[in-house]
Design a binder for this molecule. Sequence first.
Ligand code: FAD
Ligand code: AMP
Length: 486
Amino acid sequence: MPRSFDVAVIGAGPGGYVAAIRCAQLGLSTVCIDEWKNPQGKPSLGGTCLNVGCIPSKALLESSENYERAAHKFAAHGIKVEGLSVDIPVMMSRKDKIVAAFTGGVAMLLKKNKVASLHGRGTLLRSIEEHGDNNSGWQIEVKNGETVDTVEAKHVIIATGSAPRSLPFAQIDNQRILDNAGALALTEAPRRLGVIGAGVIGLEMGSLWRRLGSEVTILEALPTLLPAADEQVAKEALKIFTRGSGLVINTDIRISGIQTSEASIAVEYVNAQDKEGNVQKLEVDKLIIAVGRVPNTAGLGADNVGLKLDNRGFIEVDSDCRTNLPNIYAVGDVVRGPMLAHKASEEGVAVAENIAGQAGHVNLDTIPWVIYTSPEIAWVGKNEQELKAAGIQYKAGQFPFMANGRARALGETGGFVKVLADATNDRILGIHMIGPYVSEMIAEAVTAMEFAASSEDIARIVHAHPSLSEVLHEAALAVDKRAIHI
Ligand code: FAD
Ligand code: AMP
């Protein structure tokens, strides 16, 4: 007889493991099925985020930023550093230890909450029908090599995440042509590094290896980098990232081929603005492909049970993450909405609470976005181009970090904060930031929007001095043309 549970969660990334813990907290018997193996071939919970995404990338970005500070920024503080060098294998092993602590931590949390953890690929097999066509649960196969197990569950939460999108002419081998996993595991900085895609992952990976000594060239198909960001923020980012010996970013390009030889990887491309269509060539030692991610539904058994996918392969869900099938839900990267870990987790919590009869809900309009480049970029809500396209009348208030005492003390004065508020009732519609530690500052903006604040509300709140948060305060004042320090 298969083991039977109230809830089976497929996938143990931030969507799945958080959903499983919340289900268990609510008294539901829960199993969490995950197939991820670490490079040593051992099961490793936490999905993309903990193994090859958010956590390892932030660990390495911090290390490389420290190196950059010591090499280029300490001197302005009167701190002299001689004989500076970087030991990338030590940096990698620090990152690996952080990853191991967290993936092990997830295993411990599942155990503590009495969530059964099964290693292997979960495939939906069939609906269990007790009385004619009444669905009373689902049967799931869990396959780990030759070992096959079957479990039954009344409710299923699919949290199978996403995988890197590949390009037809670039075979990823994670030796020379890399996806995010390969880009986070190099043992030395390539002399010449190419990155295809100037989205979040491409910019973070490019920044990381540039700081460690690579000459980095990024090729982007669209006319601008960071298509999801506010255009003014993207423009400021381009200006700062490409300054001096920074990143080389070529936008509006079309790749026509990639040739690998022993000496190099040659990327051939044309610039869309070039009427003559001259083919240009970028020769690099390693190439990172960062052209987005695709939902992970391979082997899930969608066809076995008639689970509906949309035309881009995402599992179709309603606003409460319900699929077309009774008692089957899907959360995180495998469904619509931003591919962000905190969005996945909050959807997991909401679904668990709804299964338990509570009123879980996620407000997709107030999901914060953060990009951990230097300076960092963060936003919540609508950007100016979206408001214009929707014909919404708005007022904008902006304030630069240059005029902020704390930013000056840090020596990080690039960027600004922009507050967008409804022209008729002053309600905040979006807040956009580029500057130091805006990954932390964005929390105030999210809180304000969740509480339906007006720009006047933020303007009236006392912000500590000297702190970076004063830049948000002044930007809110600027909506009404009454910023003080500019
Ligand atoms: P995943 O984390 O992808 O987890 C899905 C899990 O399901 C995996 O373990 C997978 O092996 C397993 N699985 C899939 N199919 C099956 C199956 N049939 N049976 C069993 N198991 C299965 N987001 C942020 O919010 N902040 C960041 O700073 C950030 N940085 C990132 C950096 C990089 C380099 C990358 C690649 C991503 C980053 N992200 C970041 C995105 C974030 O990692 C994802 O949004 C998040 O991991 C999605 O969570 P998830 O639970 O939906 O899926
Ligand atoms: P993200 O979705 O943030 O991971 O970003 C992926 C980026 O890759 C986006 O800016 C895309 O425009 C870009 N991109 C997608 N396909 C290509 C391609 N074939 N060549 C260059 N850039 C691409």
